[in-house]
Design a protein around this ligand. Structure first.
Ligand code: DQA
Length: 144
């Protein structure tokens, strides 16, 4: 069964009780369920990982080169996650960067992503819906 990789970085494991006015009230389990539902009709299975450590995220990316594509919310690693960037540079399939919040409407330190130039696309500011839209984009981008 084809598998889609969903990667969430630091502090995203506590969604639902993390600054809900910024990140919404959906938990990570809610988001994973919504993405899994979105890809189910195509016969894709979701492989979801959340880690607070950059190195562990890299391990999971390297272990999942056989996935059809990926959705990545790097959290604050977007700002200076150079090792994560290099891991994604070697990820062989299309991937979409997602941010729940509109990072450009926030503090200046959130305005640059070292990952975004490598992504097929980027969705920000649409909350949990952004992950579902990223899945939908990958469904159209990926054959099979
Ligand atoms: C985030 C935005 C980042 O700036 C922040 O560090 C996060 C979450 C988002 O989804 O809006 O952890 O990636």
């Amino acid at each position: 069964m084809p598998k889609l990789l969903l990667v969430n970085g630091p502090n995203l494991g506590i969604l639902g009780r993390r600054e809900p006015e910024v990140y919404g009230t959906d938990t990570l389990a809610d988001i994973e369920g919504a993405v899994a539902a979105e890809i189910a009709d195509r016969g894709w299975e979701l492989v979801a990982v959340q880690r607070n450590c950059e190195g562990e995220l890299i391990d999971h990316i390297q272990d999942n080169y056989d996935t059809v594509g990926a959705i990545v919310n790097p959290g604050a690693l977007m700002i200076a996650g150079w090792s994560l960037r290099d891991a994604l540079a070697n990820y062989p399939r299309p991937w979409v960067e997602v941010h729940l919040s509109n990072v450009w409407a926030r503090e200046a330190f959130r305005h640059d992503s070292v990952l975004a130039p490598l992504a097929s696309g980027l969705i920000a500011g649409l909350g949990a819906t952004g992950y579902v839209l990223a899945a939908r984009a990958l469904l159209t981008m990926v054959e099979g």
